[in-house]
Write a protein that binds this ligand. Sequence first.
Ligand SMILES: *Cc1c(COP(=O)(O)O)cnc(C)c1O
Length: 395
Amino acid sequence: MKSGSYMEYGGQYLPEILLPEIQRVAKAYKQYKDDPEFLNEFHTLLRDYANRPSLLYYAKNMTEDLGGAKIYLKREDLNHTGAHKINNVIGQALIAKRMGKTRLIAETGAGQHGVATATIAALFGMKCEIFMGKMDTDRQRLNVFRMELLGAKVHPVTSGTAVLKDAINAALQDYAAHSEDTFYVIGSAVGPHPYPAMVHDFQSVISKESKEQIKKVEGRLPDYVVACVGGGSNAIGSFAEYIENPEVNLIGAEAAGHGVNTPDTAATMQRGTTGIFHGMKSRFLQNDDGQINPVYSISAGLDYPGVGPEHVALMDSGRAQYVAITDDEAVNAFEYIAKEEGIVAAIESCHAVAEVMKLAPTLSKDKIIICTLSGRGDKDVASIAKYRGIELNED
Ligand SMILES: *Cc1c(COP(=O)(O)O)cnc(C)c1O
């Protein structure tokens, strides 16, 4: 496992009040990560509750239409609760249980990580409280109600600009006050050590499976693996098992919003600078004084002003490449994959699909691309309609 630093990035940059508890989490994770009983319970739940292994689907129509490399889709959208997030939440909640915690807290942006956390809290009979920016609770009322249905309490956060980064701050404050009985379930490959390493390990089931699956159907490794990057959890999970195979090209697709050169962007890799925030040293969209900038993307799951430290190291070392995809390109990809393959994929995932649409035609037909579909897109249908000028009457 990773030690907590990735080149110069990562670490544990926390107020003193949180440090001892985070160190207890790191110790617990170290203790259980290779424990056969822990791993057995984790993999049994992934199989029996989350519906793993997820399919590796040959996208024949897209392949033929784009006229280049063969395209396979790793179908995380078919997991219980509709995205990859459940993999990580199951793992962290099992650690929490072993630490004797009875209460889970989490931050959420659009609500998907909150829903996954509330789901597992219900399954394990644990208390659950979710912190969500007030802007987001207003935009995502359906997910707020879904979390409440699952037995969670949702706190609308009004501090700062009332979005995801403020929800994380509120969750950290709650954690500092209640760490005796509480475990903070972080939803992406971000935060202080051990979170980026834990999330890497729990999400790496994606590439463990895809590697076996592609070898079975093609008898070899892929030439490219493409995944979208918010904080970077589905991407690191999709890349993990291939990092040591330099012949496999790794591409992360982040959200350009209206464009990387506009203020309305979430393209941290292209536009960010090194800084310290949310317990880690990483790359952030920030001003010259180190104040975190507001971010924008059509995709609520990608509009985080930072990125996981391991991705920054992968970029700096040249092992992985990162591209930025605009709202427009992602929406086109959303419509394209629906019409070509009959799959309504999450708008986040469609950032990766858009990159595949550019890449595949430039490659010969004997090349292979695996593209991760991180989630399903039912949640996005109304906002895509709106983007096209159609108002769906939901009330
Ligand atoms: C949350 C989310 C993302 C972004 O998070 P990562 O940690 O970068 O994976 C991407 N896709 C979906 C469907 C999500 O729910």
